[in-house]
Ligand binder design. Sequence first.
Ligand code: F6R
Length: 349
Amino acid sequence: MTLDDPAALARIDSHDTRGVLTDFPAQCRAAVALAPSTSGPLPRPRAVIVAGMGGSAAGGDLLAACATERLDVPVLVHRGYGLPTLAGAADLVIVLSYSGETVETLSAATTGLERRCRVVAITSGGRLAALARRHRLTSVTLPGGLMPRMALGYLFFPMLAVLRAADLVVVKDAEIDEALSGLDGLTRELAPGSPTAVNEAKRLALALGDRVPVIYGGPATGPVAYRWKTDLEENAKCLAVAGALPEMNHNEIEVWGARIPQALHVVLLRDAHEDVEISRRFTLVRELIARQTGVSEAWTRGTGTLARLLSLIVLGQWTSFYLAALRGLDPWAVPVLDSFKAQLADGSR
Ligand code: F6R
């Protein structure tokens, strides 16, 4: 199929994922305007723990990536039941679940309450919203109707407001403005109306084709590589590999000296602000990989960390959308994931 044919895209995209992705800058602006239910300060925490799974946890990863260079308080992302042993009364626990029905996140909320942590809930409804009402938790109520992984704006920006209330400024206002205006331009460049000749996401999807995507980031873009992997898996239903330099130089690099039986395509997520040592590593890694298979590079845009990371996240969202289209698959639906959750809830096995 040609990615420049609107009718062909409409045929595979009956849920209008392309409309949701096109509205992503507006979603982010709406998310910036959301305020926590209780005004007034929160105590400055010893640690911030963001508990969530899948697309919701991706909001936590973005927060942690932005916080690394700014905060003297650790931001930990917890994916799973309960909470780490360290979580206690001095800590802020943000329970983040778009649907409000994720059992691991509900369990984290309950554990946080038992341990007398300061628990803040961010959700569009479900059992998490009910729990927040019951315990009068500070909360942020999100609009519903999206797929969690497509609601990253809602799952990220409200946490900035929560952390500000706790005297922790992770991203300054000017940096938020920069990120939002960068998203406007980028979305115009990547949306279906922009032809393949000038559309980086369409070109990347064509380069990936039927090959297994291998996505490598660097110190800043490593978490974004993981987000690409999960978007490729959920949207395009294709297995993807993610890794980060310099760590992969100590293990996964060995693979590239051996014969690789599968057809792969590598995407290197480069940061315009990366350190010269990291650039040298990328050059050497690229040379090694290019002896075996195709390699593409995608670069961050913008100045602030948030603008840079979001620019590559958005490129990954669109790339996975177009890859789904090339494979003739609906990027919205996740039937296996849904049926797995239903089987767990059923409890008969
Ligand atoms: C589905 C998706 C999933 C969910 C995950 C947790 O679009 O992205 O990864 O995010 O199953 O569900 P929520 O986010 O509702 O807690």
